[in-house]
Design a protein around this ligand. Sequence first.
Ligand code: SAH
Length: 217
Amino acid sequence: MSSREGIGMTSMRTRERLVRRLQEQGIRAPAVLGRIRDVPRHLFMDEALASRAYEDTALPIGLGQTISQPYVVARMTEALIEAGAPEKVLEVGTGCGYQTAVLAPLVGKVFSVEYLKPLLRKARQNVAALSLYNVRYRQGDGWQGWSKYAPYDGIIVAAAPELIPTALLEQLADGGRMVLPVGPPRNQRLMRITRTDNDYRQEDLGGVSFVPLVRST
Ligand code: SAH
């Protein structure tokens, strides 16, 4: 059950079905669809749930968190890379590392911040098991970003703040783009922010549902 190729409900055929479904829902970027097909999502979750890994739904990964829905991962990744692959990307909310694994080969380097240590440990293992090494991890509060490696050409956030964290706006490079959910539970919008000097253009990409971005300070 836990092999990379997968059998039965984790087989290539099952994954291809998920890819077709995302295409029908408007995901176009071949690179993104390729990653959804190639990343073995079943290896990121408990074996008990592996048979559901290629359903287009969020699923529990413990500690009250969820692995992101494939459609949402695809949509966010596409929105991030549309205008060209960013070199340095900050990811907030590593979770089990599924989004990280989808993203890593499409960009130069990923800097990923997660505040729950046990999840970060699992994510590291999951991502390394796929031989992806252009990722640096940090346990910490993503609300603060990761100033050490700023500025970032791209920022992707997997949990929803009620307001866009100032630190993230500051750590976005000139010409960079940030994709994140914003708003209170049950009323979140997926936003894309593009920075030009100190002008931040906002685009609304639609309604979404994420766990809240916890504020630890
Ligand atoms: N993209 C992940 C799922 C992320 S779920 C995947 O594909 O599996 C959102 C994650 O954000 C959770 O793991 C949660 O612990 C983390 N999180 C929430 N608030 C945070 C904060 N302030 N700083 C860092 N991580 C945070």
